[in-house]
Ligand binder design. Structure first.
Ligand code: VG1
Ligand code: CO
Length: 544
């Protein structure tokens, strides 16, 4: 019989979950008691584990294996009845969400810092998902934080490590640990949503694809589904073996970090379709031959065309997007006569709308799209939906975009990130902005007149909970918009995100470069917020 140890501990600073879970430098996570404290606080915050079922997996990054052994021994000591673990601790975030739902688990733990780099010098993260398969709501993360502040002991069994490379059942004290194939159930779910035969025919006709798994968790999923099942030639999936340091890159699917893929897609012999996914497999970037599809536009195109896939042939209940996401999807929703919701940044805010059946598709400007099939954004799902649409429409990606803009007009869009800036100064900038909101309407800047300015506050239409201070919005006459917000996923200093948007519907102006089309808005952002003064930077680090 394994020995349950009760280990005395004291609270550790800095255990506040951000936009999606707790993210820290790996070394911080590996310091004595850090992971243990946060894990015990989480177990307490969800009302204990006695008799419950949990799912556990991660994105394959450094320390996942050791963290998993600690968590499973603590779960056993806390009375968990069954732990369902992905083989080798691998589970993409959407696959974990699916397993929680399929197996009617009480929740799950995902070990990932998503698109942040991995390794001993880089980042680690842990997030808790609830019984609906979605990220912990704010009330739960608030409770976790409270527990971390008063914690004085944690429980763990003394036992040898389990072999998590071996499929099947093992016993740890009273707890059953079930090691499962991370891909199988997710693969079956995708078959219920998409016309696999149509995609198979498309790929057999010579339509070429390159999908970049960025050395992260989606390699095994993309290999099994796109290559083995759908018949894409071997090698269509790049960087398909998950590595603990992601090959030293940032597994972030944007034009800056997925440079190799951008080179392939903009070469003379580019494939017809390209895509990349992030560390934990919930984000996606979509490309056509010499074509980059902005995430906000991708959401709009998916809303307009989802009915071509069997899983959505009955139409959509509604669509939701995070506030900073461009309003391109709203235009499609309006035409379809369905509801469009605007939520704060972070997938947890879509959960209630999805559970209540108010929306079918959701998306964020940060390369996240998903639907009610799980309660997370889902990179491979987005790729398959695009492929299903391309199989039916039989047009190049570039033409689909042109036709979309011709029909709805174009929301020119870009996000400018200032990374690792001084946190105190960044906060000062946001408070200065919030303090000046009342004086802004009517002001003319760079030829643009400010119509309204506020700090976004969200009231959940389902449970009426209110989430204030979700980003400063400056709305201009004519529909242009700037949003300023601080990231909740960084691990060093602060990251300032400036979201820029302008609508255009003159046919001859639809093909401009977004940075050119947005130039006056970009200059207005500097004038309104004095970014240079507060950050000491004269240009953003990343433009997406
Ligand atoms: C970022 C994105 C946000 C996304 C979040 C988690 O948050 O902006 O849209 O939901 O990452 O995505 P922030 O607070 O840094 O802006 V993931 O792929 O890390 O789970
Ligand atoms: Co992610």
């Amino acid at each position: 019989m394994e020995n349950i140890m009760v280990v005395p501990t004291t609270p550790i600073e800095g255990q506040q979950p951000g936009t999606s879970g707790l993210r820290k430098k790996t070394a911080e996570f590996m310091q004595p008691h850090f992971l243990n404290n946060f894990t015990q606080a989480t177990f307490k915050a969800v009302g204990g584990l006695t008799g419950k079922i949990l799912v556990l997996g991660g994105d394959g990054r450094y320390f996942n294996d050791k963290a998993a052994q600690i968590i499973l021994k603590m779960a056993a000591a806390n009375g968990l009845s069954r732990l369902i673990v992905g083989q080798d601790v691998l589970l993409s975030t959407p696959a974990a969400s699916n397993l929680i739902r399929q197996r009617k688990a009480d929740g799950g733990i995902i070990l990932s810092a998503s698109h942040n780099p991995g390794g001993p010098e880089e980042d680690f993260g842990m997030k808790y998902n609830m019984a609906n398969g979605g990220p912990a709501t704010e009330s739960v993360t608030d409770r976790i934080l409270e527990e971390t502040r008063t914690i004085n002991f944690y429980q763990i069994v003394e036992a040898p490590d389990l072999d998590l490379s071996k499929l099947g059942i093992q016993q740890l004290g009273q707890m059953i640990a079930e090691v499962v194939d991370p891909v199988r159930d997710y693969h079956s779910l995708m078959e219920t949503l998409f016309d696999f035969d149509a995609i198979r025919d498309l790929l057999a006709s010579g339509f070429s694809i390159t999908v970049d798994a960025m050395h992260a968790v989606t390699g095994p999923y993309a290999k099994a589904i796109l290559e083995k099942d759908l018949g894409a030639p071997t090698g269509s999936v790049l960087n398909a073996v998950p590595l603990s340091d992601f090959g030293k890159g940032h597994p972030d699917p944007n034009p800056v970090w997925a440079k190799e893929l951008m080179g392939i897609m903009f070469a003379d012999d580019a494939p017809d379709f390209g895509a990349a996914m992030d560390g934990d497999g919930d984000r996606n970037m979509i490309l056509g031959r010499s074509t980059y599809v902005t995430p906000s536009d991708s959401l709009a195109v998916l809303v307009a065309n989802a009915h071509f896939a069997p899983g959505y042939k009955g139409g959509l209940a509604g669509v939701a997007r995070s506030m900073p996401t461009s309003r391109a999807a709203d235009r499609v929703a309006e035409k379809l006569g369905i509801d469009a919701f605007e939520t704060p940044t972070g997938w947890k805010f879509f959960g209630n709308l999805l559970d209540a059946g108010k929306v079918t598709l959701c998306g964020e400007e940060s390369a996240g799209t998903g639907s009610d099939h799980v309660r997370e954004k889902d990179g491979l799902w987005a790729i398959l939906l695009w492929l299903n649409i391309l199989a039916v429409r039989k047009q190049p990606v570039a033409q689909i975009m042109e036709e979309h803009w011709a029909e709805y007009g174009r929301n020119f869009y870009s996000r400018h990130d200032y990374e690792g800036v001084d946190a105190a100064r960044a906060k000062e900038m946001i408070s200065a902005l919030s303090g000046s909101l009342d004086s802004l309407p009517g002001t003319k800047i760079e030829g643009l007149v400010i119509q309204a300015a506020d700090d976004f506050s969200y009231s959940d239409p389902v449970d009426q909970s209110v989430s204030p201070n979700q980003g400063v919005r400056i709305m201009f006459e004519g529909g242009a918009r700037i949003v300023f917000r601080l990231s909740g996923t960084g691990t060093v200093g602060a990251t300032l995100r400036v979201y820029l948007e302008r609508y255009e519907d003159s046919p001859e102006l639809l093909q401009q470069d977004p940075q050119v089309a947005l130039a006056p808005i970009i200059r207005a952002a500097e004038k309104i917020a004095q970014i240079q003064k507060y950050t000491g930077r004269d240009a953003p680090d990343v433009k997406t």
